[in-house]
Design a protein around this ligand. Structure first.
Ligand SMILES: [Cu+2]
Length: 181
């Protein structure tokens, strides 16, 4: 959350430096503040090709529609998949992404339960080892302090049990991608 705060402060600092002409424009009737309507992440696998993919997020109704496309998994395998707190995928084991993104301080849970804002159902690979899943995350946001942008999606080696706190016990991290607007 620290980087979000820093960005907000930077924006405020820039606004204070705007020339007068811009200040005059700002006095005109303002459109409602529009947040981002879409976001995107490229899943970079730790082992070449294993869990490579792409995730798109689209603002819809009271939440976000997520589209996940992944390849290179074992046919029929199940994989925990979550938004993690830090938008950093630099460590080889992706521990740099931290724990689950959890701005509302909820317990970890499955699709029907009280859950973290970035908890998603397990990805289930088809007989070719691919995933193409659309899932609606009600109550999840794209931008702002509660939004997923600036955080990271992480694909795990094992199945999320939807119970173990706070992780779901889905094992090592196969792939990681930073969520950008
Ligand atoms: Cu995870």
């Amino acid at each position: 959350m620290n980087h979000t705060t820093t960005l907000a402060l930077t924006a405020a600092a820039l606004a204070a430096l705007l020339p007068l002409s811009c200040a005059a424009q700002a006095a005109m009737p303002a459109a409602p503040a529009a947040g981002p309507t879409a976001a995107h992440a490229v899943l970079q696998p730790a082992a070449p090709g294993v869990g490579a993919g792409e995730v798109t997020f689209e603002a819809m109704g009271d939440g976000v529609m997520v589209h996940v496309v992944v390849a290179g998994l074992a046919p029929g395998s199940k994989h925990g998949f979550h938004v993690h707190d830090k938008g950093v995928c630099t460590a080889p084991d992706f521990t740099s992404a931290g724990g689950h993104f959890n701005p509302s301080n909820h317990p970890h849970g499955g699709p029907e339960a009280e859950r973290h804002a970035g908890d998603m159902p397990n990805l289930v690979a088809d007989d070719k080892g691919s995933v193409d899943l659309r899932v609606m995350l009600h109550g999840t946001e794209l931008g702002g302090a509660m939004g997923v942008i600036g955080h990271a999606v992480v694909l795990h080696a094992g199945e999320d049990d939807y119970k173990t706190q706070p992780t779901g016990n889905s094992g090592a991290r196969l792939a990681c991608g930073v969520i950008t607007p």
